[in-house]
Design a protein around this ligand. Structure first.
Ligand SMILES: NC(=O)c1ccc[n+]([C@@H]2O[C@H](COP(=O)([O-])OP(=O)(O)OC[C@H]3O[C@@H](n4cnc5c(N)ncnc54)[C@H](OP(=O)(O)O)[C@@H]3O)[C@@H](O)[C@H]2O)c1
Length: 284
């Protein structure tokens, strides 16, 4: 049986299929959305759905994605949603991302995430990238300080190796890891195994290989047809079946895509279908 939920702790239990906000800002994840009303409508739909794990970052826009989340939260009356955010990237323009691990900057950005999301504390703060110009102990250390101050509940890392996870775990408990991973890119299988062994959430970014896995007539079409599903839904269902610690966060600015992606949580793949999908050629 595929687990439907993942527990970060006794009170923070989320449905495993989440949502990522990175497609909401302008092209190149830069500037405002070309259709800000649509961006807020998508966030309204996310908040009013079964999705209760939302991944965002100060760097998306920067800050525009958080603003769309906040605008939707203002009208939201329902149950608690876990909004995971990140710090550690600076932005210079469309598609330009430069890590900065100065602990003073990371502290500022945690505060800015709180302001721009309109929250008193962050359920999960992820270090977007480790910056090799600063000691890991300072980068993870400042997040652990803010955890002790009550501003942060859990700490996660993004795009890291097993060795980096082990080093960070010596500084403070790490609750999650967010690495690039999907059906055709499984280079970080060792990190997934580590996450399984330590009950960490493994949050695969690019779960649809930026849309590649959503294309019709690709390798997922046969199984998709059998389930009257789309290839994107099968790619997400594969992730959900592959490991109980995987929390996929498909990104979309399209309402129909959002509803369709969310429905993937109810697809049951047989062992034979899982074997067939797992055998699809992956990127080395
Ligand atoms: N930690 C990191 O370094 C990192 C890096 C990248 C991303 N992320 C996180 O991971 C999340 C997911 O990554 P991502 O958004 O880049 O990639 P993705 O989820 O693999 O793919 C998103 C792309 O697929 C399209 N798409 C989504 N659903 C679709 C559907 N049902 N049918 C057809 N096309 C569909 C989207 O376009 P439409 O808008 O047109 O649907 C978009 O172009 C992000 O939102 C972000 O939260 C983290």
């Amino acid at each position: 049986m595929v687990a439907k939920t993942f527990a970060f702790d006794d009170t923070l239990i989320v449905n495993r299929l989440g949502y990522g906000t990175m497609q909401l800002p302008g092209p190149g994840v830069w500037g405002p959305s070309q259709d800000p009303k649509n961006a807020v409508s998508v966030m309204d739909a996310v908040l009013n759905s079964d999705v209760n794990f939302i991944d965002t970052a100060d760097a998306y826009g920067p800050l525009f994605a958080n603003d769309y989340v906040k605008q939707a939260l203002v009208n939201y009356q329902g149950a608690h949603k876990l909004i995971a955010t990140k710090v550690g990237f600076t932005r210079q323009g469309p598609d330009k991302w430069t890590p900065l691990g100065n602990p003073n900057y990371l502290r500022q950005q945690v505060e800015l995430n709180l302001f721009t999301l309109g929250l008193d504390s962050l359920d999960l703060i992820q270090l977007h990238r480790i910056d090799s110009d600063y000691p890991l102990s300072e980068q993870v250390g400042v997040l652990a300080d803010m955890q002790r101050e009550g501003k942060v509940k859990h700490i996660g890392l993004s795009q890291v190796s097993v060795a980096e996870l082990e080093a960070a775990q010596k500084i403070t408990p790490i609750a999650s890891v967010q690495n690039r991973y999907n059906l055709i890119d499984r280079q970080d299988e060792d990190v997934l195994k580590y996450a399984e062994a330590h009950h960490m959430a493994f949050i695969p970014w690019y779960p649809l290989a930026t849309g590649q896995l959503a294309t019709e007539n690709g390798p997922l079409t046969g199984i998709a047809k059998k389930h009257r599903a789309t290839p994107a839904q099968i790619a997400l269902a594969w992730l959900l079946h592959h490991s109980d610690v995987i929390l996929p966060i498909p990104g979309t600015a399209n309402l129909n895509h959002f509803f369709s992606n969310t429905a993937a949580a109810s697809i049951e793949l047989s062992d034979a279908e899982m074997a067939e999908l797992t055998n699809i050629k992956t990127v080395e």
